[in-house]
Design a binder for this molecule. Sequence first.
Ligand SMILES: C[S@@+](CC[C@H](N)C(=O)[O-])C[C@H]1O[C@@H](n2cnc3c(N)ncnc32)[C@H](O)[C@@H]1O
Ligand code: SF4
Ligand code: SF4
Length: 340
Amino acid sequence: MHTDDKRQLEVFLDTNNKCNLRCLTCVFSDPRVERIPMRTMSHDLFSAVCEQVLPHAEYATLSCLTEPLMTRDFTSYLLEAGRAEVPRLEFVTNGLLLREEHLGACIEARLWRMTISVDGADATTYERIRQGASFELLQQKIALTTGHFSRSHHQPHIRIIMTLIQENFLSAADAVRRFIEWGATEIELRETVTFPEIGLEDRQLHNRQSELVGVLRQAEAIAEEAGIPIEIISENAPDVGLDLGNIPPCHALEKRVAIAPGGDVMPCMLWGRKPLGNLERNTFEEIWNGRPRQAFRDEFRRDQPVMWCPSCTACKEDPRDEDAYYRLLAQGSPAKLPLP
Ligand SMILES: C[S@@+](CC[C@H](N)C(=O)[O-])C[C@H]1O[C@@H](n2cnc3c(N)ncnc32)[C@H](O)[C@@H]1O
Ligand code: SF4
Ligand code: SF4
């Protein structure tokens, strides 16, 4: 990539490797993750991202796998990213640690969208899935956010994501109604990617297809009637939402980059193969034009793996390797982390 290239990159990064919750759907409920020492992206590294990577970005998210508000001065990261003027800048959060100063920074940075993850429409379901969370606090934080944004000169979109598992999928239509009442401007309903060690397979919806189709159709109709865009990503209800029969080849090696808190640069955040380089040691230009990326790009052009991340094996050296996510969180930790 050369500096005169137009903005075309999709950038996914995490500024830390921690979370305040242990959701049933997430690798943070893997008991090994607890023992990984906290790591925060240094200001210098983040500045390098802002100077070298974000000027090429059309889209950037300041969180992907972990909780952005665990980064103590996330506000300053947000403000610095805002100066790069990425057309679509967002972050994804559980929302519970949101404070006025974050919201002020969202406006100053001209954030395009804040995504809040809410896996239940009532306290019992939400707190059962989002372990460690409080539904009451969530509602307060959403009200704080919508209130702040509605009084501001710039209004970021507010997207709510709900992951669907056995414990909550039957309430998806009620949840959509509630998210609209709360002020969501976009909604996403998604089935889950599995991770090892957390027992998620048993919570997935392979055996609930007809009920799933019914409830997702209702959810879709409610959102459509309210004029709220809704995205549905469901493997077990293939006729609803995203057309799974028509998925394009993965474009991660052409225009996507994922950056871990320790500086590793990868084509995506589920990448379990060698990183393309590390921003502590190389410039982004060196990494982007370097041999590892070129070799992977040639492989992807030849093999054309589809862009369906839940069952992707192109991102793994060994298709049975299911621990890439864990290794990513542990990056830079002592080589031998204790196993339970
Ligand atoms: C991993 S979280 C990180 C950001 C933040 N902590 C949050 O919960 O929004 C990013 C998104 O992934 C969703 N998620 C969690 N577990 C998932 C799974 N197994 N498959 C797909 N999405 C998942 C979350 O609900 C959230 O919307
Ligand atoms: S989904 Fe988000 S909030 Fe829940 S444990 Fe994972 S990173 Fe934390
Ligand atoms: S399809 Fe595979 S390589 Fe492409 S973005 Fe998804 S997980 Fe990554």
